[in-house]
Design a protein around this ligand. Structure first.
Ligand code: SF4
Ligand SMILES: [Zn+2]
Length: 271
């Protein structure tokens, strides 16, 4: 089945409505670029949102790619510059967090991921969007699921899926993953075939050795095996007891959180 047909089926499965306002989180990489391209091609109402992390030349290239994509697709682009909005780029912020006592072992991507998620939800909510679309693919999902199992916390994957399964909350913008069932290699091939403006270099800060190890292991498996992992994971999450699930608001920033203090504020308050 073609990528386009698989994405169509996924969007049908999650009942995405063409009238909804969808903000695509654009990084400049192949996955989010392909997500925006396909959503637009299939007639959805999308706009782009890009966080300029200020990671030197890499971020400059990503910004250029994202601007070009939005011009080509004729969609609005919202920009968030970390230096302007938060006073420093991701590298400086992350190093300050890692040099605080007891936090040296926190991985670059773990810190960056928490901060980006926080920015995304807050800013997209201000734009009154119905959904956030991200470029997560089959390989990402299989990696995350396995990592959570290996860490002994499979429940951390409980709200994941092609659409977030959180309890609805007025401050939380639901997230969708149109490429949830598409393998990374197929996306790379497709984005090249369509000549999409993509930065194919890896982020210079991607040093999460554990995820890299899990990725290497998964790459020894076939695409069918990765699909089986993700499909079994989906069957498994519907059986989870979610009665403990609740969304509260962070006492420091007011954003939705599972704990009294959200993960981002936990990181920021020790810098
Ligand atoms: S690869 Fe890691 S550090 Fe780089 S942008 Fe992504 S999450 Fe952030
Ligand atoms: Zn907070």
């Amino acid at each position: 089945m073609s990528i386009e047909q698989k994405v169509k089926n996924t969007l049908k499965k999650i009942k995405l409505n063409k009238k909804e306002k969808i903000i695509v989180a654009l990084s400049g990489g192949k996955d989010s670029t392909t997500t925006a391209y396909l959503l637009k091609k299939l007639g959805y109402n999308i706009e782009g949102f890009h966080i300029n992390l200020r990671i030197g030349k890499y971020s400059e290239d990503c910004l250029e790619a994202v601007k070009k994509l939005c011009e080509d697709l004729n969609i609005k682009l919202h920009l968030y510059d970390m230096k302007q909005e938060m006073g420093s780029g991701m590298c400086y912020l992350r190093t300050s967090i890692q040099s605080s006592s007891g936090r040296g072992k926190l991985k670059n991507c773990a810190i960056c991921g928490v901060i980006k998620k926080w920015i995304l939800n807050r800013e997209v909510r201000k734009l009154k969007a119905d959904k956030i679309a991200t470029g997560h693919n089959l390989d990402d999902e299989a990696q995350t699921f396995l990592m959570n199992i290996f860490k002994g916390s499979p429940k951390l994957s409980a709200n994941s899926g092609p659409i977030t399964l959180n309890i609805p909350d007025k401050k939380f913008v639901p997230r969708i993953k149109p490429l949830f069932y598409i393998a990374e290699n197929d996306i790379r091939e497709y984005s090249k075939k369509k000549k999409l403006p993509v930065v194919y270099d890896s982020c210079p800060c991607a040093l999460d050795s554990y995820r890299i190890q899990v990725r290497k292991f998964l790459n020894t498996l076939s695409k069918k095996d990765k699909e089986r992992i993700v499909n079994n994971f989906e069957k498994w999450i519907v059986r989870l007891d979610k009665k403990d699930d609740q969304m509260i608001y962070c006492q420091l920033c007011g954003e939705p959180s599972r704990n009294k203090i959200c993960k981002r504020c936990e990181l920021m308050k020790i810098t």
